[in-house]
Design a protein. Structure first.
Length: 109
């Protein structure tokens, strides 16, 4: 029989609990549409909203530096909110390839 210290038992119980919790969440997402909708909302938290973000946040998007962030804000001020990611092609320095590389980091609302 293996003799475990109190701390080792606590860690094993914690890991077991996390595993059970993860399995439960995965089950809910697969079986309950409402749970999947809530979960998908959390995934977008890390995305940067193209229509409301300031220069500092826009620069966090891979491929966007200070100059392109300023151009995005200027375009937004002059022509209004973005409705589609492909509208970024109107901005000097943003190519179709660059848009594809940053698609997973941008949210348009």
């Amino acid at each position: 029989m293996v003799n475990l210290t109190r701390e080792e038992k606590s860690v094993l119980l914690f890991l077991l609990g996390i595993g059970i919790l993860g399995t439960g969440v995965d089950f809910l997402i697969k079986t309950k549409p409402a749970a999947a909708k809530i979960y998908s909302g959390f995934k977008d938290i890390s995305k940067i909203n193209l229509n409301t973000s300031d220069s500092y946040l826009l620069e966090k998007i891979p491929g966007i530096g200070h100059t392109l962030a300023k151009r995005i804000i200027q375009r937004r001020q002059e022509e209004g909110a973005f409705h589609d990611l492909d509208e970024l092609k109107e901005i000097k320095g943003i190519t179709k390839n660059r848009i594809e590389n940053m698609r997973d980091y941008i949210l348009i609302e």
